[in-house]
Design a protein around this ligand. Structure first.
Ligand SMILES: Nc1ncnc2c1ncn2[C@@H]1O[C@H](COP(=O)(O)OP(=O)(O)OP(=O)(O)O)[C@@H](O)[C@H]1O
Ligand SMILES: [Mg+2]
Length: 353
């Protein structure tokens, strides 16, 4: 089912928290709403659910205008951060609940619940109560309960936030698998860029109640429309250096760097301010345009080492490199460099060139 949000505005008193938002969730895709705390992700999801009133705008499910349709009649499955399982019911009863309230026949309920349990791999847990389950298992039950009515869309609000790191990883791929297997359209709300990148077909990145860019994960990582998006995606994050255009080069005087503007970018006039975005994978020992500095911090990550490098003007670059048995220690001077084609160029307002 395709979901269309049209000219959505939401206010709380004088505060406008969503301003004229337009967004399409395509049939069968998983779209992530990604952004910092308070940017309006949950508010957007609530509008799709029909939990919160919209001040302006409309929501369509396929051709159907559901703006004024009550939540119960929207045929959607919802999973929140707190799974909100019914504690006094067994797993089977929890999953069955949406069917029980619709007075489906015992036979139908048994069949549908069995299918769901199989889908999320919890067949062996059906007689337990929620308190006897791990966080990941509870989340699977919540997912099964959300899907048992065969909803037209699945809405997930920070579904993994309560899980520990290992379970989060496991449930990331599980939720994605279930979504792909069922072919259901899904919206995932998260402030975790890794989650958004790894689980979704497309990401809509939000800031202050506005959608800044909608794109496939790899596309957004490589071609962010502005510096905020560039810094939101990628861990360790991108670093920025401020420079000025001078005769087809960007000059960053404070670190003695003179870098040709790559061919695919139209050269801005002399004197234009430029922010260079340098991702850690693109500041490397053998790259030609050198930016010397001093190791200030080393993080051994097992497969890779992460270095913080202090430059002579006090700014910082990060470099991520395959692990070395004897990593450099803090205080070591390095003469690593960059290649202009790999860097991101932003104008003064933060827009990518
Ligand atoms: N009932 C309310 N009354 C007043 N302001 C509200 C209300 N609910 C939400 N807000 C405000 O609306 C904005 C968006 O909130 P929302 O819950 O959508 O953010 P979010 O992106 O989901 O954040 P988080 O990642 O912290 O969950 C915030 O500034 C929040 O303070
Ligand atoms: Mg929220």
């Amino acid at each position: 089912m395709e979901i269309v949000i049209e000219n959505f505005t939401k206010r709380f008193g004088d505060l406008t928290v969503i301003e004229n938002m337009n967004l399409i969730i395509k049939e069968g895709e998983m779209l992530s709403l990604l952004g910092p705390s308070g940017c309006g992700k949950s508010t957007t999801l609530f509008a799709i659910c029909g939990i919160a009133r919209m001040d302006e705008g409309r929501v369509f499910f396929g051709e159907k205008d559901v703006t004024h349709t009550p939540t119960q009649q929207r045929n959607i499955g919802v999973v929140f951060q707190s799974y909100a399982l019914y504690p006094h019911m067994t797993v089977a009863q929890n999953i069955a609940f949406p069917l029980t309230v619709r007075h489906e026949s015992k036979q139908t309920i048994k069949k549908e619940v069995g299918e769901m349990a199989e889908l999320v791999h919890i067949e062996d847990l059906m007689d337990r109560r929620p308190e006897q389950l791990s966080g990941g298992q509870q989340q699977r039950v919540a997912l099964a309960r959300a899907l048992v009515r065969k909803p037209g869309a699945l809405l997930l609000d920070e579904p993994l936030a309560n899980l520990d790191a290992k379970l989060r990883l496991e449930m990331r791929s599980e939720i994605r698998r279930v979504q792909l297997e069922t072919g259901i359209s899904a919206v995932l709300v998260t402030h975790d860029q890794v989650e958004a990148m790894s689980m979704s077909d497309r990401i809509a990145i939000m800031k202050d109640g506005k959608i800044l860019q909608v794109a496939r994960p790899a596309e957004m990582y490589q071609y962010p429309e502005n510096d905020f998006i560039a810094s939101f995606l990628g861990n360790p994050p991108i670093a920025f250096l401020d420079g000025i255009v001078s005769d087809e080069n960007v000059v960053i005087q404070s670190v003695d760097l003179k870098l040709p503007v790559p061919e695919n970018i139209e050269v801005p006039p002399n004197g234009t301010s430029i922010r260079l975005g340098v991702r850690p994978e693109f500041y490397q020992p053998h790259h030609p345009h050198k930016i010397p500095g001093t190791v200030s911090f080393v993080e051994i990550q097992g497969r890779e080492n992460l270095y913080d490098i202090n430059l002579k003007d006090g700014s910082l670059l990060r470099s991520i490199q395959p692990a070395d048995v004897s990593p450099l220690s803090p205080g070591t001077k390095v003469d690593w460099g960059v290649q202009p084609e790999q860097l991101l160029f932003f104008d003064k307002s933060g827009k990518r060139l």
